[in-house]
Design a protein around this ligand. Structure first.
Ligand code: SF4
Length: 373
């Protein structure tokens, strides 16, 4: 595991004051600043976004098609990004996990995953998470706040800075910290830019939104008419067990979630993926596999089996390879397709929320100057 202190990474973004508003976040401040440019104001704002999102240039001085006076004003009053990389871990499979510090000092995580031709950014939508899933590091400290659309976008910019010259961001999975459906409006605004030719130009089909399963929001997403892929974190095929693992299930119930998922498929034509984290001795037995198989056998869906990644402070165990195989065979017998998710970033704190959790624990036990940047 490689730990790189902040000063050695993303040069040019670290010396700016976090008190200044970021151009992707405070669009009002940017518009006010550009107003004196008159008719060309809109074009200048577009140019700034193109420099940052398309070319990864994070220094106003290098945005050479902007008038010099405007560049100077931008440098004085705003910053290209309001968040910064506070810590970075690189795995032996080249998965990179970034701990980002927001302008208000809150920390979130995003990840760059490399797999064959795919370069995927896994992004967060909230600081922490209020859903309280018992196997998840992100939920351990509750939720502080929603991320703004610009803060969601900034994660993509940071991930982009980690790409090599011959690499291109191709996919987004909204599976980081937070429940995306609890911040759907800001997420949709950010994804709109991600798919725009002036932004990252990504295909909506290459974007996956993962949810604990909030039925009303799933329907809202379906009605939005986008081609995003939906992944529902099911994790248990039976109410009591699911409520034990995912307390929000007490309010929603599995049936409502599955009906909303059906509605999503009927409306968008896109097959839903069901995520199922396998926890040894808890939900990985043949009985649960059969229950899951009968829930999904008549649905057009796919199951992603995720053997649990150990998280320090949590007592759950990773299932044995034989149990995983048997679970999958049983689903197969029910005609339910499944894959076992490869473990990316196995030698870093790759479980969702783990890096932030480590930083929070360190902050609580060490003098600030040893952990702050
Ligand atoms: S698994 Fe997802 S929804 Fe559950 S607590 Fe963690 S981040 Fe929140």
């Amino acid at each position: 595991m490689e730990m790189i202190p902040l000063e050695q990474i993303t040069p040019g973004t670290q010396t700016t004051s976090v008190a200044k508003p970021g151009v992707l976040i405070d669009t009002k401040a940017l518009e006010t600043l550009a107003e004196p440019l008159g008719k060309s104001a809109k074009m200048r704002i577009r140019q700034i976004r193109q420099w940052i999102l398309q070319r990864g240039i994070l220094d106003f001085d290098r945005m050479t098609d902007l008038p010099a006076g405007f560049r100077a004003e931008l440098t004085e009053k705003m910053v290209p990004l309001s968040s910064r990389i506070a810590n970075r871990q690189v795995s032996s499979d080249e998965t990179e996990k970034l701990l980002l510090r927001m302008a208000d000092g809150k920390e979130i995580e995003c990840v760059l995953m490399r797999e064959e031709n795919r370069r995927t950014a896994c992004i967060s939508t909230q600081v922490g998470c209020g859903m309280g899933c018992v196997f998840c590091a992100s939920g351990m400290f509750g939720v502080s706040r929603n991320l703004q659309a610009g803060e969601i976008l900034e994660q993509l910019v940071h991930v982009r800075t980690r790409l090599k010259p011959d690499e291109r961001l191709s996919h987004i999975v909204v599976m980081g910290m937070g429940e995306p459906m609890a911040n759907l409006q800001n997420l949709m605004a950010a994804l709109e830019v991600a798919c725009h030719p002036d932004g990252f130009g990504l295909s909506a089909r290459h974007i996956t939104i993962s949810t604990v399963g909030l039925p009303e929001r799933i329907r809202e997403l379906a009605d939005a008419g986008k081609k995003y892929h939906l992944a529902v974190s099911l994790h248990a095929p039976e109410e009591n067990l699911r409520t034990h693992l995912m307390p929000t299930n007490a309010k929603t119930g599995i049936r409502n979630i599955l009906e909303a998922a059906d509605y999503f498929f009927d409306t968008t034509g896109r097959q839903v993926t069901f995520e199922y984290i396998l926890l040894a001795g808890l939900n990985d037995g043949p009985m649960q596999a059969e229950q899951l198989g009968s829930l999904l056998s008549h649905r057009k869906s796919h199951v992603n089996l995720i053997p649990f990644n150990p998280v320090s402070g949590l007592e759950f165990r990773r299932p044995l390879p034989d149990s995983v195989r048997e679970f999958r065979d049983i689903l197969d017998n029910f005609g339910v397709s499944s894959t076992v998710r490869k473990r990316k970033g196995a030698d870093i704190s790759a479980a969702c929320g783990q890096l932030r959790r480590e930083a929070l624990v360190e902050n609580a036990t060490q003098p600030l100057e040893q952990v702050s940047n």
